[in-house]
Design a protein around this ligand. Structure first.
Ligand code: CU
Length: 95
């Protein structure tokens, strides 16, 4: 999470069971979520069927959030306040 309202890298491929840690290296608050109820654009939130959405809540500068991707598939996530500025990301989870 950067001051340019972006996730870096924007797209990663991992194996099922691996954990990703996001770190807020910016000077502002961000979130990491794929919860469709928080998305202004439906296309920003995606996860395999049956998987519960994740949501970091507000991450202050320096804050971290970890999530373990157990189910293979395509995940699209976003920062709730900045998705509209293009702060979106994608995780591809292979079996
Ligand atoms: Cu943000």
């Amino acid at each position: 999470m950067t001051n340019r309202h972006a996730f870096s890298p924007q797209r990663v491929t991992i194996k099922a069971g691996e954990t990703i840690e996001w770190k807020n290296t910016s000077s502002m608050t961000h979130t990491v979520t794929d919860d469709p109820s928080r998305a202004r654009r439906a296309m920003d939130a995606q996860r395999p069927q049956g998987v519960q959405p994740f949501d970091s809540g507000r991450l202050a500068p320096g804050g971290t959030y970890t999530y373990t991707f157990k189910v293979p598939g395509i995940y699209r996530y976003f920062c709730e306040p900045h998705a509209i500025d293009g702060m979106v990301g994608q995780v591809i989870v292979t079996p």
